[in-house]
Design a protein around this ligand. Structure first.
Ligand code: CP
Ligand code: NVA
Length: 311
């Protein structure tokens, strides 16, 4: 925890910053925690402390990290932006310099990716990305785990993303490259994922098929994924939401869409969901939905991340 202790700090910032072998190693650790209850007796994180900073709301991330840390023998402390000096203008860099004198690992959920990078640059302890405006890598670790539990290895399989090209879409693109599966993305033209991530995927041999046609995307898919039409931090005005609704209405995942996918295709959503908007109730509450397993796997996958960062 001292300021000069970091030879090589294991940050978990994004899937594009870690190699495929490391990500697989983390997933294996998480799966072992789930399958065998590995580390239940050993408490490998005994005496270790996690600080979680939230600039945006959370249910799953907050509870799964805190419970995971406790199950591994450690403890967690939570800072909300409002209620800490961050909310009064103390810099992220100074916050990092202070926190890493108290704790062994820091998780940040932030409105600006730059804050995550500033935190990592100034921290001598590992920093974990708990969602930014650009990505949500912890969720993707849980999602890949969930896919593989239901359908076997994800390598060379086909996943269809329908809806907004948001932070989850970017992390799915990262995952498609790292875990070597095909990702078909159906979004309205103006809500496509950022060009930079598409360029990165192309440069790394990613099989990303971009389009505006839901039917083409889900045809032959093993998994259909969607997410909210308005993300945290987006404009929350009624006019913005109405415009989004108009743009995305044709991208709703309903029974008709699921029928075009493979017979054994699963449905995923990181949650929280809006039934009747991005997904029909009959799909998310139906037999092909694995969303509750996905939510549970946040706990197991993040235990893998914490163990990789700290041991
Ligand atoms: N999926 C997800 O990150 O959920 P929370 O916003 O509840 O943490
Ligand atoms: N795209 C969503 C994901 C929530 C977990 C958001 O950023 O609000």
């Amino acid at each position: 925890m001292s300021a000069d202790s970091s030879a090589e700090v294991r940050h978990f910032l994004d899937l594009d910053r870690l190699d495929a072998g490391t990500l697989r190693q983390i997933l294996d650790l998480g799966s072992a925690c789930k399958r065998d209850g590995a580390f239940v007796e050993e408490k490998p994180l005994a005496g270790r402390q996690l600080a979680m900073i939230f600039e945006k709301p959370s249910t799953r991330t907050r509870v799964s990290f805190e419970v995971g840390m406790r199950q591994l023998g450690g403890q967690a402390v939570i800072l909300e932006q409002q209620g800490s000096q961050l909310g009064r203008g103390e810099t992220v860099a100074d916050t990092a310099r202070v926190l890493c004198r108290y704790v062994d690992v820091i998780m940040l959920r932030t409105t600006r990716e730059e804050n995550l990078l500033e935190l990592a640059e100034n921290s001598t302890v590992p920093v974990i990305n708990g969602l930014t405006n650009r990505t949500h890598p912890c969720q993707l670790m849980a999602d890949v785990m969930t896919f593989e539990e239901h359908l076997g290895p994800i390598k060379d399989r086909r996943v269809a993303w329908c809806g907004d090209g948001n932070n989850m879409a970017t992390s799915w693109i990262h995952a498609a490259v790292r875990f070597e599966f095909e990702l078909r993305v159906a979004t309205p033209e103006e809500l496509q994922p950022p060009q930079a991530v598409l360029d990165w995927a192309a440069a790394h041999g990613g099989r990303i098929v971009l389009g505006n046609d839901v039917e083409a995307a889900v045809d032959g898919a093993d998994c259909v994924v969607t997410d909210v039409w308005t993300s945290m931090g987006d404009d929350e005005t009624e006019s913005f939401k109405q415009r989004r609704h108009n743009l995305l209405a044709g991208y709703r995942v309903d029974e008709r869409v699921m029928r075009i996918a493979n017979d054994d295709a699963i449905f995923m959503h990181c949650l929280p969901a809006h039934r009747g908007e991005e997904v029909a109730a009959e799909v998310i509450d139906g037999p092909r939905s694995v969303v509750w397993d996905e939510a549970e796997n946040r706990l197991h996958a993040q235990k893998g991340i914490l163990l990789w960062c700290l041991t």
